[in-house]
Design a protein around this ligand. Structure first.
Ligand SMILES: NC(=O)c1ccc[n+]([C@@H]2O[C@H](COP(=O)([O-])OP(=O)(O)OC[C@H]3O[C@@H](n4cnc5c(N)ncnc54)[C@H](O)[C@@H]3O)[C@@H](O)[C@H]2O)c1
Length: 387
């Protein structure tokens, strides 16, 4: 590849996940240089030893003149401010999940990317996983029949995050996969969650996603407080059922040719007899390429060609809307519809100052907005109910 087409990419946040981006990006032909950006000197020096020759910077501001694109792999509540800073300087951005911690902030990112003419992509890594794409084929081709429901479990002991609850941390994966399989977002969400080991953030949560088609639903269980590591999604259809187990490297997908049908009822019986069908279990071969590698290469390609990423800003926004509905559902104790969070917001400072911003309105300077706190951005329709 011609040198002028190769990118200089800065990785902002060189912690657990950012260091994986650094490894992957250093191996891509499409990338000319990788820069390490982290406020903590210890992180920079540890990674510099592993990747000699890469430049390191203590802040995004210092790195901006030396990069074409930024991968934002910092804690979720810092994503928006950093991405806006990078885009204002004309840099392309790949933001780790979740894109933002509120719908309004995510919308601002989309506007800023359009205004700067840069690529905005979200790191929904599972959408670059060959097993997820195979599951999508199964669902979309009709092989499973009519989809009745999906069930997803993402459980483990830790890792507790410092700035968001388990819904914002783990559920972005489940929601992005479910949106990808079904090809449509839900219309409403209800969530239940509890705090156990953490005093501020929920560490166990259940989400139910509702669809226009009222016969379809999806359930998500996420937990930082479970003895077993589980990464499993089940899709139950009228003809077959499929289980995707991300921890089963050799057989990530199993298709069960099983089903249940209600026989036609005799006139004098209330409940018709059920008929069970047991058939083969098939594990299709899935060629594995590291999803993060596929994702980061796709980002570099999109920047180079101007193509719209598969997981673009709109894809990220659709996931954030579901997460925000879930947060509001916890607060209000009821089902929250997607329409309710896609509205103008009232911004409130801790001191009590308020102002209402319309969706798509001109962006105020970043430093004027309380980006660090999702609860300071209140969808106008929900303000009254919260008070
Ligand atoms: N796609 C995935 O599968 C996946 C997996 C794990 C984490 N993540 C995401 O990656 C992000 C980082 O998670 P993590 O577990 O690596 O966190 P981490 O705490 O291990 O690392 C975050 C790093 O960001 C640095 N940082 C914070 N603010 C900064 C700033 N303003 N400028 C420069 N550096 C700053 C911190 O010093 C730290 O080194 C999160 O958004 C998380 O949701 C994604």
């Amino acid at each position: 590849m011609a040198a002028e087409h190769r990118l200089r990419v800065g990785v902002v946040g060189c912690g657990y996940w950012g260091s994986k981006h650094v490894r992957v990006l250093c191996g891509l032909n499409e990338v000319a240089e990788v820069a390490l950006i982290d406020g903590r000197e210890a992180r920079l020096s540890a990674l510099s030893r592993a990747f000699p020759g890469v430049r390191s910077f203590r802040s995004l501001k210092d790195a901006l003149p030396h990069i074409d694109a930024a991968v934002i792999a910092t804690p979720p509540t810092t994503h928006v401010a950093l991405a806006l800073e990078a885009m204002a300087a004309g840099k392309h951005v790949l933001i780790e999940k979740p894109l933002a911690t509120s719908t309004f902030a995510a919308q601002r990112l989309l506007h800023a990317a359009a205004a700067s003419g840069v690529t905005l992509m979200v790191g929904h890594t599972f959408e670059y996983n060959a097993a997820v794409l195979r599951m999508r084929e199964l669902v979309r081709s009709g092989e499973l029949g009519e989809v009745f429901y999906l069930d997803s479990a993402r459980l483990n002991l830790g890792l507790y995050q410092s700035d968001v609850n388990v819904i914002m941390d783990l559920a972005p994966h489940d929601v992005s996969v479910i949106n990808c399989l079904l090809g449509k977002p839900p219309v409403a969400v209800q969530a239940w969650a509890s705090r156990h080991a953490h005093h501020q953030f929920e560490d166990v949560a259940y989400l139910r996603l509702f669809y226009e088609d009222t016969d379809l639903s999806a359930n998500i269980h996420v937990s930082w407080l479970d003895p077993c590591k589980v990464r499993r999604m089940t899709v139950v259809g009228s003809r077959k059922m499929a289980v995707y187990n991300d921890l089963a490297a050799d057989e990530p997908i199993r298709i069960h040719d099983k089903g249940v049908t209600a026989q036609s009822a005799a006139a004098d019986l209330g409940q018709p007899p059920m008929s069970y069908r047991y058939g083969d279990i098939v594990a299709p071969y899935v060629a594995f390429d590291e999803p993060l590698m596929v994702q980061d290469r796709h980002f570099a390609d999109c920047v180079r060609t101007g193509a719209v990423p598969r997981t673009d800003g709109r894809n990220g926004l659709a996931v954030v809307q579901v997460l925000e509905c879930a947060q509001w559902s916890l607060e209000l104790g009821r089902r929250v519809s997607m329409d309710e969070v896609a509205d103008d917001v009232t911004l409130r400072r801790t001191g009590g100052e308020r102002r209402t911003l319309a969706t798509g309105s001109a962006l105020p300077p970043v430093q004027d907005l309380p980006l660090d706190d999702v609860w300071l951005e209140v969808p106008a329709q929900l303000v009254a109910q919260r008070e």
